[in-house]
Write a protein that binds this ligand. Structure first.
Ligand code: NAD
Ligand code: GLY
Length: 372
């Protein structure tokens, strides 16, 4: 639904979750305008959580805008990177909240990519058993996926996102202007999550991405705005039906079972999350084909698009002795696993996804065929 903000057109996507419903605003010049935040609940204090890369770029704009609404606006700057999505860094948020006497009305603002968003959300879910928080995502990946839907988490050395909570934000602000400073590699990683929405839910969107990929890679703002809006609409529809992933929501993890194994197997931060997801979607598409659910032309089409987006399509070798065995071991530590059985998101027809187990022998064939 397009709406007008004071300076430009802003799109709004609604997440419908009864009393936990909220809006995602998508547009330009949102982050630094006090108007953007005027509907939020009143409180004495706001804590902006960011990191060493994003804070110097955007924290001043955000804190100035928030000063119109909060007597005290604090800024906490965390170390940057997936390797810091852990207990020790999470503790820094609790330290700041307690050291500054923050009460249960304090509003947390997550200013950064998915790492800052996931950690701030988890801190908000648990500080004083829950304080309000707002997502201000600054990567494409966070704008199309991680800031929306209320999954919050930190990593454990043995498994990605294994410790966390479902906790919805009050508002998500996707300001297109921040993407100007986003490095090309991070933009491509975000495109992996955009591409994901096509095969699982909307083949017309996949067609659109294929036709507009060059514009997206060139950061054309109209193309980015459409990609973010459509991605958020699809995610909103899924989360609105299955907030806590008792079934349907798992389709949003297409490519993630293989991708998470790559991320944790190589050590967090070696491959970007979106790179793992891009390559993981190629592997999951091959698995779908070997299970007889899609034909090879579908796998080739998806692989070609992921490659054009500048993402890896060959998995890394995680073990010189038993590579497939290492992938299988890592994939067993997954929230979708049941009684040690790995469950994969597969494509069971263009624009449709399902969750299936698969024989280890077949998964081994896929890994052998897909690793460089
Ligand atoms: P990230 O948060 O590490 O950000 C990527 C890099 O870009 C970082 O160095 C960051 O500081 C920098 N950066 C951010 N915004 C910038 C900007 N505007 N200009 C310049 N640099 C900028 O990574 P990400 O890709 O945003 O998120 C990945 C994380 O999100 C993973 O931990 C993943 O597990 C999580 N995730 C969560 C969900 C969910 O539903 N909660 C969904 C998908 C991914
Ligand atoms: N990124 C997957 C989910 O939000 O469910």
């Amino acid at each position: 639904m397009p709406v007008n903000s004071s300076s430009s057109t802003t799109a709004q996507v609604q997440i419908n979750l009864a009393e936990r419903s909220y809006s995602i605003l998508i547009g330009s010049q949102l982050l630094g305008q006090s108007l953007t935040y005027q509907q939020l609940p009143k409180a004495a204090t706001a804590l902006v959580v960011s990191n060493t890369k994003v804070a110097p770029l955007y924290a001043a704009q955000l804190t100035q805008a928030l000063e119109a609404h909060y007597a005290k606006v604090l800024l906490l700057t965390l170390p940057d990177g997936e390797a810091y999505k852990d207990w020790q860094t999470l503790q820094l948020i609790f330290d700041a909240l307690l050291q500054n006497g923050c009460d249960r009305k304090t509003v947390l603002f997550a200013l950064g990519g998915g790492v800052v968003g996931d950690m701030t959300g988890f801190a908000a879910a648990s500080y004083m058993r829950g304080v309000p928080f707002v997502q201000v995502p600054t990567t494409l990946l966070a704008q199309v996926d991680s800031s929306v839907g209320g999954k919050t988490a930190i990593n454990h050395p043995l498994g990605k996102n294994m410790i966390g909570a479902f906790y919805q934000p009050l508002l998500v602000i996707c300001d297109l202007d921040v993407l100007v400073t986003l490095p090309a590699r991070e933009l491509r990683a975000g495109l992996a999550e955009v591409i994901k929405y096509g095969p699982i839910a909307d083949m017309a969107f996949l067609d659109w991405i294929e036709s507009n990929l060059d514009a997206l890679l060139a950061k054309d703002s109209a193309a980015l705005a459409h990609a973010i809006q459509r991605s958020c609409e699809i995610k909103a529809a899924v989360v609105g039906q299955d907030e806590r992933e008792s079934g349907l929501r798992a389709i949003l993890n297409f490519g993630h079972t293989f991708g998470h194994a790559i991320e944790s197997g190589l050590g967090y931060g070696a491959w970007l999350h979106g790179e793992g997801v891009g390559c993981g979607m190629v592997m999951a598409a091959h698995l779908s084909q070997r299970l007889g659910l899609v034909d090879l032309s579908f796998v080739t089409r998806l692989t070609r698009l992921i490659e054009r987006a500048g993402l890896p399509v060959k998995g890394p070798v995680l073990s010189a002795t038993d590579n497939a065995g290492r992938y299988l071991d890592l994939m067993r530590i997954d929230k979708k696993s049941e009684a040690g059985e790995i469950r994969f998101v597969v494509i069971d027809g263009p624009g449709r996804a399902a969750v299936r187990a698969a024989p280890d022998a077949l998964v081994r064939e896929v890994i052998d065929a897909c690793c460089a």
